[in-house]
Design a protein around this ligand. Structure first.
Ligand code: YRO
Length: 312
């Protein structure tokens, strides 16, 4: 059974890895994901130039009935230099992803310039859910701002780069973001980040469940699966073939991984369910994925990738 994946010139022996933000803030967590025999890679917590404590707790909450999660972490991370040191000195054959999320365009450009000039030889993921200009939406919801930063980035950046995208909910928005992304030599897009600014209430106390932002936070887990599938599918139908897709969102079973691959995912990330089960989740999901393929007499993910059937 071939459950491997490929992005640019990077080969992944397993299709699964952590979603950025989960199990990837400290070297111990990164080591644990990399040491898992069933992870294909690891992505680092999105870095800012300096270390950040993030928002006050509670800032992550597991929703009841396995619906998913809500978070407003506020980008806690150990700072760019910490992750650069980690990826330059790690002892692994797995290709790794370095995520950056500057809170300004200049911070992003500065971090990407350092990565360009370093000996880093993995993939870089630019998190476009960072704020852009106060009073404007996050960068990825501002198509001209997205074009502007990618234009500046690709004026100097030559290593394999992808972008992490928030979910889109309008067919014209799929057309608009794809038209921007297709103008750049991106190695991949990763879709979706959490569904922004949901709200959950504890019925016993009539209180929100997380402290930052009056309880508003990004949604992940089962409740975002249909949105994740739609975003992978819509982007696969619109993006240049050379732009690979990492499918993220709503994975709790091997069938969920299978569905993301049917929609066109090359690799699949696990966020909320990795929080729930920790790194043993990779072995369970890969086993279930293999069973799902075997049931239908497939021997490889390549046979189903992008092969979603529609009703004529
Ligand atoms: O709160 C976070 O650190 C966070 N949570 C998410 O679900 N997705 C993200 O991309 C981030 C970091 C970026 C930002 C939302 C704080 C701008």
């Amino acid at each position: 059974m071939d459950l491997t994946g490929q992005i640019a010139n990077f080969h992944f022996n397993h299709i699964l890895l952590n979603a950025a933000g989960v199990k990837c803030q400290t070297t111990a967590e990164l080591d644990q994901v990399l040491a898992s025999p069933y992870s294909g890679s690891v992505v680092t917590k999105s870095a800012t130039p300096m270390t950040r404590p993030g928002n006050p707790s509670p800032r992550y909450y597991q929703l009841p009935e396995e619906l998913g999660s809500i978070n407003s972490m506020g980008l806690p991370n150990e700072g760019f230099a910490y992750y650069l040191d980690y990826v330059l000195n790690k002892k692994t054959d797995k290709p790794v992803f370095f995520s950056v999320a500057g809170l300004t365009k200049d911070d992003n450009l500065a971090m990407l310039m350092e990565l360009e000039q370093s000996n880093f030889n993995g993939l870089v993921e630019l998190n476009l859910s960072c704020p852009n200009v106060p009073g404007k939406p996050q960068t990825a919801y501002d198509f001209e701002a997205t074009r502007a930063i990618l234009t500046e980035v690709f004026s100097f950046f030559t290593k394999p780069l992808g972008v992490k995208l928030p979910p889109y909910f309008d067919m014209v928005h799929f057309d608009m973001i794809a038209a921007v992304l297709n103008d750049f030599p991106l190695a991949f897009v990763n879709t979706i980040n959490s569904i922004g600014n949901g709200l959950a209430i504890d019925p016993h106390t009539d209180t929100v469940v997380i402290k930052p932002k009056g309880g508003f936070g990004g949604l992940g887990g089962s409740l975002v699966k249909a949105t994740a599938l739609a975003n992978v599918r819509a982007l696969r139908e619109r993006l240049n073939e050379s732009i690979k897709i990492i499918g993220t969102g709503g994975v709790t079973s091997g069938r969920d991984v299978y569905d993301l691959v049917l929609c066109g995912a090359d690799l699949v990330e696990v966020g909320t369910q990795l929080m729930v089960e920790d790194t043993p989740v990779f072995e369970r999901l890969e086993g279930e994925l293999a069973n799902e393929l075997d049931k239908k007499d497939y021997q490889s993910l390549a046979e189903i990738r992008g092969k979603l059937q529609i009703i004529s």
